[in-house]
Write a protein that binds this ligand. Structure first.
Ligand code: UT7
Length: 355
């Protein structure tokens, strides 16, 4: 009899487990994933707009007016994505008061891993001493952190994991063509990280919405270095290992997509822009950020912007901004935080968090 009651309780608990659709979650859940720590790290070396004036045909005026960027941090010789990811992870773990040995997963979003294999996740697993963490990388362009966050959220909601380290890291300077003025002024390096922990309260990640459309792949891509075009003298001479972007076309689709993902998060949770405490968007272009803020009717104090300091750091941009906002006390307990990102693939998505 006792055994039967236990079995029924199990079945009923099982039924309450969330169901994930490809565009979000149902509201039913057993657990929530709560962010208990944030961390970030950028390289010490800085390239200013004045530096670029000596490298290519550009000006501080053009870069500032068209992008909002004033400077960006770039890796020194010998530094790679794991260098910054490790420090960002240590900062987040310290804030959470979490020992790396307690982690169930390490999920790293990056398009610039140290090596094609092993993953940055496995390098961190070793360096952090995360003895029981299954660790891996995912690639989803500048939306990578939101993809990783959504996956971590799913693993916690399902009951499979209790503690997960999620990281977005890039060393874009290694795939940037410093002879191409249309791209080189845009990108920077760095890492941001969060610790996700199982929670049974109302606070935590309320929803994630992810999208992709591969038909736009070649508007923002790196042609060489993969199995389609392995490294060769010809590929190096042809500068095929550098990022190529049709910026103007990307810009227009980015604005629409970011708007779509943000509005979906609001609609799904039955809230409006007025309810949002802080928008933490991908930092690709200040004009894009201001367009989204206008669409959501958000005043400047509700929009976190740090693109002037770091440029576009792809997967790292949202978690670096989130960590800075957190450490600058821009996020209040129980406040609603909206994350919104767009990137190569194309990929885009949003997350709504009750802090
Ligand atoms: O993170 C993933 C997603 N990425 C994005 O969302 C980036 C989206 N795109 C953008 O942010 C913008 O499109 C850019 C900042 C990349 C470019 O701004 P734009 O207003 O779209 O400029 P444009 O590409 O239409 O170029 C306008 C002019 C061109 O000259 P002409 O043809 O009009 O003579 C460019 O050659 O600006 C020129 N230009 C520059 N001039 C000075 C392009 N780059 C530079 C430069 N300095 N660095």
């Amino acid at each position: 009899m006792h055994g039967r009651i236990t079995r029924l309780q199990c079945i009923s608990a099982h039924r309450r487990v969330y169901t994930q659709r490809n565009d979000g979650y149902s509201d039913q859940h057993m657990y929530r994933a709560k962010i208990t720590g944030t961390g970030s790290c950028v390289p010490e070396r800085v390239l200013t707009n004045a530096d670029f004036e000596t490298m290519v045909d550009t000006s501080d005026e053009w870069i500032t007016a068209r992008t909002g960027i004033k400077e960006r941090h770039v890796a020194a010789v010998g530094e790679s994505s794991s260098t910054f990811a490790l420090r960002a992870a240590e900062n987040a773990l310290a804030m959470a008061g979490c020992d790396a040995g307690e982690l169930d997963r390490i999920i790293v979003a990056t398009v610039t891993p140290d090596t094609p294999t092993p993953s940055v996740g496995c390098i961190l697993q070793d360096r952090l001493g995360a003895v029981k963490a299954a660790s891996f990388d995912i690639s989803a362009g500048c939306t990578g952190f939101l993809y990783a966050l959504s996956l971590g959220d799913s693993l916690i909601r399902s009951g499979m994991c209790e503690k997960i380290l999620v990281i977005g890291v890039e060393t874009l300077s290694k795939i940037t063509d410093y002879q191409d003025r249309t791209t080189c002024v845009l990108f920077g390096d760095g890492a941001g990280s969060v610790v996700l922990e199982r929670s049974e309260g109302d606070r935590g990640i309320l929803s994630t919405h992810l999208y992709s459309d591969g038909s736009y792949g070649k508007l923002l891509y790196v042609p060489g270095g993969g199995s389609a075009m392995p490294a060769s003298h010809a590929s190096v001479d042809g500068r095929a290992h550098y990022l190529k972007m049709d910026g103007n076309r990307v810009f227009k689709i980015a604005v629409k997509s970011l708007e779509e993902a943000a509005l979906k998060a609001l609609e799904h949770n039955g809230v409006t822009g007025d309810d949002i405490d802080l928008l933490v968007p991908h930092q690709a272009n200040d004009r894009i950020i201001q367009a989204i803020a206008k669409r959501l009717n958000l005043p400047p104090e509700k929009v976190f912007v740090n693109i002037h300091k770091y440029g576009n750091t792809s997967s790292a941009s949202v978690p670096i901004a989130l960590d800075e906002a957190n450490r600058q006390n821009r996020i209040r307990e129980n406040g609603l935080i909206l994350l919104d990102a767009f990137g190569s693939g194309f990929t885009w998505g949003s997350a709504l968090i009750r802090w």
